[in-house]
Design a protein around this ligand. Structure first.
Ligand code: PGA
Length: 224
């Protein structure tokens, strides 16, 4: 397992964005797995500026969404995706896990032929999407309770008096591991420790990102 270190955040994002562009240009029905959070914003910024790349045939599956939050709330992942990417390109269809598609989400992904490129960030506790420590390698898309660590990490995005979501819908590890290509991105020194533990340590439910050691086509990208 190799962690590729980049000198700049922008160069790291360029690598991911150019591979997404190639995939979207080459495949007749590309399927992208998309992440939110601060890490992939640079990738979306680059994609949003690609005026000669057309996403009309592209289907997307987002990894997660908070439970109990309005889709117009500025911290909802629907809002995030509109702001950073979806407002700039027309896609065939954008999916998010929600209360009504929860039990179908993994089948929906399979029925498209599977995710061609999956973007992932990593939480400081080793979570992938909202697959918190303790999540099984074979977990399905489901509702999860967020850990205190994640709630604290997220609290910076909410007004002090606002309730912070404590549950979320998340794609499970199983569909993530089925993606044909994965880019795991980590930006910042505060991610280095957990990234190294996940890539070089034991494969364990305590660090769901460690399951990626078993994936056949994952690139692990880091910059500080
Ligand atoms: P970040 O979050 O990109 O905002 O660091 C990543 C994650 O928690 O999965």
């Amino acid at each position: 397992m190799e962690i590729k270190e980049f000198k700049s955040y922008n160069t790291m994002c360029q690598l991911v964005a150019s591979n997404i562009r190639d995939c979207v240009k080459r495949y007749s029905n590309p399927v992208l797995g998309l992440a939110t959070g601060s890490t992939p914003i640079g990738v979306y910024e680059l994609l949003s500026k690609m005026r000669n790349t057309h996403f009309n045939n592209t289907i997307t599956f987002n990894l997660d969404e908070y439970r109990g939050i309005n889709h117009n709330h500025r911290q909802s992942y629907h809002y995030f995706m509109r702001k950073h990417l979806f407002q700039y390109h027309n896609f065939q269809k954008n999916h998010f896990p929600n209360q009504s598609n929860l039990h179908k989400y993994d089948t929906m992904i399979k029925n498209t032929g599977g995710i061609d490129i999956q973007i992932l960030g990593i939480g400081t506790n080793g979570h992938i999407a909202f697959n918190e420590p303790g999540s099984s390698r074979h977990s399905a898309t489901r509702i999860v309770d967020l850990t205190e660590n994640t709630i604290n990490d997220n609290s910076r995005f909410f007004d002090p008096l606002e309730p912070i979501p404590i549950q979320a819908f998340t794609m499970g590890m199983s569909s993530i591991m089925d993606a044909k290509k994965i880019y795991l991105m980590a930006n910042g020194k505060h991610k280095k420790d957990i990234l190294e533990q996940a890539m070089y340590g034991d494969i364990t439910e305590d660090i769901p990102a460690s399951f990626l050691q078993k994936h056949k086509n994952v690139e692990v990208l880091y910059c500080d």
